[in-house]
Design a binder for this molecule. Structure first.
Ligand code: AMP
Length: 557
């Protein structure tokens, strides 16, 4: 066990849970985990103020798993989440952390899927039930005793649940649970309505809030890029093309991610290495020395491994994975802009992490401007600039040393100096794409929404192969109309975002939405023909990934 996993070991969690946490590659608990896990393990009620991206799911999942009895085949913990997507995510997290706890099962209970199998899974002895309030109430109407054995309740994103109008459902659920249960409430904000719930339904709760002191980061130019998790590597590679960096540090969350990204960079010819808690101390020092003296240009690190790293050459910090809290963000980007130099920090933000971005902006008192991925023209310009910079210093005395040879070669070959210079350039650039068309051909096509979630599978979403390819038109189902939005993968859109936005704002049942196809520069969504105009009017102001959806009827002909 490395020194860093001691962070999780110190909680004295059930060894099977600790082993699963170590297997995920987490090196140390995030701030919210550090504070919440002991409180929940001790059985106290708790109010945690934290948003997505802080590690809040593990902050309650690990201690709850520790407290359940795997031998008892009955619901013991209930997690309520505002949306089906979050419920599925939380259920998956529980499954991951319970991987080495034989006999522990998790069931996700949400609307839009048949009730029978959900009820069966509960009755078959799932100890962990992750549910949306609406569907859970439907189950309670059929069987009011279904939650009678639950002694841990977690309200995840409580403020979102209230915003979605689940107040009444929550009251029904509270009544169906034993009064002696432990209750934990997580919420990004604590408006009066949440405080009122806490007062009525929590017993002597302990408060956990991650302190956010205002921090200043003046010498560093900051920007963010919206991107899906599965597009991060190709986004990083595109950004590197146009960023003028000397040395660069990239932050990711897990050891595995350091290895994966470092090898993707090496494969593209960058001098890159991984730095994580599993790497022996003397080897880590070697990596840092290499970054200092230029044998390496990029280090991909976890927060733990980068502790104390001070390399004046660093001009750029890429936050490839979101930090857990604003302090850690400020700490990370402070690796650049050393000794009064200017630095640049880029933050990759997945759609669900936008709230964390807002918190960072508030705490640092600075706007973190949005940037787009460079287009082919920008990549071409950057490549030519690099070529110019590398050749310019060679020109000065080349004519005196090699001019005569050039004359002789052109005479022998029987070509112009221009033809010979072009041939030498082709050789020197070693097949690198240096025209717009060639760059467009080689650019990785932005993948759709892989890794696919269960929700997108149901919508018939499939990865596609880019805009330029023609494909056979997909026949429309009876009663469906095809609609188009100008938002696509290059805007950081995936099918699940469109689905979420249309479901939430359009008030449709999930079954009403057909196939969703996300292309690079637009997307198509199948919606019910019946009431379409009204629905489009309802969605008029809807925004996805920060941009207006502007959904319109789409006619192929
Ligand atoms: P959450 O805030 O619960 O949505 O978690 C955000 C992301 O952080 C998830 O992808 C988790 O797998 C990851 N995560 C949570 N805790 C840790 C940790 N201690 N170390 C590394 N990654 C973590």
């Amino acid at each position: 066990m490395t020194q860093e996993t001691g962070g999780f070991a110190a909680f004295n969690l059930n060894p099977n849970i600790l082993a699963a946490v170590i297997a995920t590659g987490y090196e140390e608990p995030s701030a919210i985990q550090q504070q919440s896990i002991p409180i929940i393990m001790a059985g106290h009620d708790m109010i945690g103020q934290a948003q997505t991206g802080t590690g809040k799911t593990a902050a309650f999942a690990l201690p709850i798993l520790h407290r359940i009895d795997p031998a008892k085949r009955e619901p013991q913990a209930l997690i309520l989440a505002p949306t089906r997507e979050l419920a599925l995510q939380v259920a998956t997290a529980f499954e991951t952390y319970a991987k080495q706890m034989p006999g522990v099962t998790v069931v996700a209970v949400y609307g839009g899927a048949p009730m029978g199998p959900q009820l069966k899974a509960i009755r078959n002895g799932a100890q962990i039930v992750v549910a949306t309030p609406g569907r859970l109430c439907d189950h309670l109407r059929r069987d009011e005793k279904v939650l009678a054995t639950v002694n841990h309740l977690v309200l995840d994103e409580a403020d979102e649940m209230l915003k979605l109008g689940f107040m009444d459902d929550l009251e029904v659920i509270f009544k169906a649970l034993p009064a002696t249960r432990q209750t934990v409430l997580f919420s990004a904000t604590l408006p009066q309505s949440i405080r009122a719930i806490a007062e009525r339904h929590l017993r002597d709760p302990q408060h956990v809030k991650i302190q956010t002191k205002t921090q200043t980061v003046t010498a560093i130019e900051q920007a963010h890029l919206l991107v899906h998790a599965d597009q991060k590597t190709s986004a990083v590679l595109s950004l590197l093309e146009v960023e003028d960096f000397d040395a660069l540090i990239m932050f990711v969350r897990t050891k595995q991610a350091t290895l994966d990204l470092a090898s993707a960079l090496e494969a593209k010819g960058y001098k890159a290495a991984a730095l994580n808690g599993d790497i022996a101390q003397n080897q880590r020092e070697r990596v840092i020395d290499s970054l200092k003296d230029g044998r390496l240009d990029i280090v991909v690190a976890t927060d733990v491994a980068a502790r104390g790293l001070d390399v004046p050459r660093i001009t750029h910090v890429f936050n490839v994975d979101m930090p857990y809290d604003p302090e850690s963000y400020v700490h990370r980007i402070g690796r650049t802009g050393r000794a009064g130099r200017e630095g640049r920090a880029l933050l990759l933000v997945t759609p669900r992490e936008r709230r964390m971005l807002q918190v960072i902006e508030r705490v640092t008192g600075q706007k973190v401007a949005e940037v787009r991925l460079p287009d082919a023209q920008a990549v071409l310009d950057a490549r030519i600039k690099k070529l110019t910079n590398s050749l310019a210093p060679l020109v000065a005395d080349a004519e005196s040393t090699h001019g005569d040879l050039l004359d002789r070669l052109t005479a022998d070959i029987g070509c112009s100096p221009r033809a010979l210079a072009a041939a030498l350039l082709r050789k020197a650039t070693n097949g690198q794409a240096l025209t717009l068309a060639a760059i467009e051909r080689e650019r990785p096509l932005v993948p759709n929404s892989a890794p696919r979630e269960r929700s997108s599978e149901r919508t018939g979403d499939r990865p596609d192969r880019g805009d330029r390819e023609r494909r056979a038109p997909v026949p429309l189902a009876e009663g469906r109309a095809r609609c188009r939005t100008a938002l696509g993968a290059r805007d950081g859109i995936a099918a699940k975002n469109l689905l979420g936005a249309i479901l939430n704002e359009g008030g449709l049942a999930r079954e009403a939405i057909g196939r969703i196809q996300v292309r690079d520069s637009f997307s198509l969504v199948e919606l019910p023909e019946d009431g379409l105009e009204k629905l489009l009017a309802k969605l008029k102001d809807t925004r996805v990934a920060g941009k207006q959806l502007k959904l319109r009827r789409y006619r192929e002909d």
